[in-house]
Design a protein around this ligand. Structure first.
Ligand SMILES: [Zn+2]
Length: 274
């Protein structure tokens, strides 16, 4: 045991203990649960990579670093579950286990307050080395979502997490598109209440969107005025990367995002990093 403690180190050992305990509780609950009610937390096994993944996320994902140990364990379990359910395809980019981990962490960050966290509508995530061409479009894409999957430029995705304070985060932006794409296109397994909460979000967000369309100022990037879909994705980026600014400048919009996503980044960010 002493050897194990030495190898794992302080915080990693605590995550291991909490995760193992959660795993045990989950297995027990699953054993006694009616099989008609699937477990929302997934069936992730304790894989040997968990310690490496924990370290990578602590270094590269500010949100993960800000969580307490209990939530880090929950986050990591969801990430590993998410990765198992997705097929990552690489274009002009060498596969690296770090890439699906960080991309999955963007999805889990967005859906951390929701029961449905797998973005089930999509099986495939395409990752290109940099910006890419799509059909007839003249301008290169950094990311987009279509029926075929979620598409990301790794260069721009990584930049978003390297500079986690400018309200520009490609991963959160595209995952926000993917979340509503799946939820609003009628995926039966999606959290039923998400749609009604999104209608509430729409009611509150519409006046801000219309104000921006009319040329008015906002703390949101001007790109939000492109369409309401883009407004939604940009508001998510600002919600996570500049939560205090958004809460101060647009308190109603901030509150409805907290309700919709069932989490409050201002509260999370006040937790001391481990
Ligand atoms: Zn967009």
């Amino acid at each position: 045991m002493i050897t194990v403690i030495t190898i794992l180190g302080g915080s990693s050992l605590l995550v291991f203990i909490i995760w193992s305990w959660e795993r045990f509780r989950y297995d027990y609950r699953r054993m006694i649960r009616d099989s008609k009610h699937p477990e929302p937390e997934g069936t992730g096994l304790l894989l040997p990579e968990w310690a490496q993944h924990h370290d990578w996320l602590r270094i590269h994902n500010t949100y993960y670093r800000s969580l307490n140990l209990h939530n880090q364990a929950r986050f990591l379990r969801r990430v590993m579950d998410f990765m198992r359910y997705k097929e990552f395809k690489y274009v002009d980019l060498d596969p690296d286990p770090f890439i699906p981990l960080l991309i999955s962490s963007a999805a889990i960050q967005l859906t951390f307050g929701l029961n449905d966290f797998r973005l089930d509508f999509f099986d495939k995530i395409y990752v290109s080395g940099s910006a890419y061409q799509v059909h007839w479009h003249k301008q290169a894409f950094q990311g987009h979502v279509s029926l075929q999957g979620i598409y990301l430029s790794w260069e721009h995705f990584y930049h978003g997490y390297r500079h986690y304070d400018d309200a520009h985060n490609l991963g959160l932006h595209e995952m926000a598109h993917a979340l509503t794409y799946g939820a609003l296109m009628g995926k039966a397994s999606m959290d039923k209440t998400f749609r009604s909460r999104f209608r509430e979000y729409y009611k509150v967000a519409s006046p801000v969107y219309k104000r921006m369309r009319a040329g008015g100022d906002s703390v949101l990037d001007r790109y939000a005025a492109t369409s309401f879909h883009e407004f939604w994705a940009v508001s998510v980026e600002t919600f996570f990367e500049k939560p205090i600014l958004l809460k101060t400048a647009e308190p109603e919009l901030y509150r409805t995002l907290c309700d919709l996503l069932n989490q409050d980044p201002v509260e999370i960010m006040t937790i001391k990093p481990v």
